[in-house]
Design a protein around this ligand. Structure first.
Ligand code: TRP
Length: 363
């Protein structure tokens, strides 16, 4: 696609909890920047409650509650309802309809080969009995993306297989029924550290139950405690020992979060992260000092977000209106795509008289 064409952005999150720093560096920070990118014409941010229900169907309360949490995190991180539509997935029924038609274009074995589905099946012990709804969520995600004719989808690396699946569905649809849908591109974070930020314990997966996340809304004391207990290089026992920075969670977090300005403000003896890393590798730089610096970086990044959240929390009716308006705008767009899809699939019987006229030829 040529660069001068306008970009349409669609992305989203499952409302199963508050958003954490992994969401922030993986995609949220990028979305906020994209709002002021002139090449972007429309931006839709989806709270994917229907998708969250595919593996939380017995726990609808959790999903219902967390819609507000995610909306508050979005607004406090800087998503501006004047510049993007924040929508609730289940309230756009056109998405479900699109999903149903796309199902014809995907095989069971293709879904089984989707690496994200594969690992989630294992994680949830679904091996022996996979709920059909869960199994089909990549198809519904393709509907989410194509309903808005999204050209770009900013997400973390874990969503790569979903985008691949979506692109295949688009190609299959367009070659079967004629060009109707837009093939989206994934937008991954540039820095390797942001692709998949590890938990504070170094584990790949950040989760509430592992207690290894830093949430956007965490209080300064929680952040300090969490960072002070972070894993570092296990071979770096004494300050004078040479240490490893690669694979060291504290440095991965610094890679994802810190800028040269942070050094000027909090640790002026180094000009940048490269200098600090070089010192650590040589030996002579203690973990506590690096962690204190990381605490300052995180506190200064998260403080404005936390403060804004407290303001929005006092005005929930405003958030409600944002969601309602965003969902209405989204429906309008999705309805256009759905009717184009139905026209291409020749299931538009009542749109004009062409179908009934073709029936008359029966006699
Ligand atoms: N699968 C995403 C997640 O687990 C959420 C999501 C649903 C999404 N629909 C989407 C992301 C469409 C990008 C585009 O967080």
């Amino acid at each position: 696609m040529s660069d001068n064409k306008k970009k349409i952005i669609l992305t989203g999150d499952r409302p199963t909890g508050r958003l954490h720093v992994g969401h922030y560096v993986g995609s949220l920070r990028r979305r906020v920047e994209l709002q002021s990118d002139e090449a972007v014409s429309d931006m839709y941010i989806m709270i994917a409650d229907a998708q969250a229900l595919t593996d939380n169907f017995k726990n609808p309360e959790k999903v219902r509650e967390n819609i507000m949490n995610v909306a508050l995190d979005y607004l406090s991180a800087g998503l501006d309802p004047e510049r993007c539509s924040i929508l609730i997935q289940s309230q756009v029924p056109e998405l479900t309809e699109l999903t149903f038609y796309y199902m014809n274009l995907v095989t069971v074995s293709r879904l089984q080969r989707n690496p994200t589905v594969k690992s989630e099946i294992q994680m949830r012990n679904f091996e022996t009995s996979i709920p059909v709804g869960f199994f089909c969520y990549p198809i519904s995600q393709a509907a989410d993306i194509t309903a808005f004719q999204a050209t770009h989808v900013p997400v973390g690396e874990d969503q790569k297989p979903m985008l691949e699946q979506t692109r295949e569905i688009v190609r299959e649809f367009n070659s079967t029924y004629g060009k109707t849908l837009t093939e989206p591109e994934i937008m991954l974070p540039e820095a390797a550290a942001c692709l998949r930020l590890p938990g504070t314990d170094g584990k790949a997966k950040m989760s509430k139950s592992l207690g290894n996340c830093i949430y956007l809304s965490d209080e300064p004391d929680d952040i300090r405690k969490r960072v002070m207990s972070m894993f570092t290089d296990p071979g770096h026992l004494k300050k004078t020992d040479p240490g490893k920075t690669e694979g060291n969670p504290v440095f991965i977090y610094l890679d994802a979060f810190c800028s040269d300005e942070h050094f000027a403000e909090f640790c002026p003896e180094y000009a940048n992260l490269e200098e600090m890393k070089a010192h650590y590798r040589r030996g002579g730089l203690g973990d506590v000092k690096v962690k204190k610096f990381l605490i300052n970086v995180l506190l200064s990044t998260l403080e404005p977000i936390r403060n804004k959240r407290k303001e929005f929390e006092k005005d929930l009716p405003f958030v409600y209106e944002v969601l309602k308006k965003g969902t209405e705008a989204a429906r309008e767009c999705a309805a256009k795509t759905l009717s184009a899809v139905k026209r291409s699939m020749k299931i538009d019987y009542f749109e004009d008289d062409s179908w009934i006229r073709s029936c008359r030829q029966i006699n």
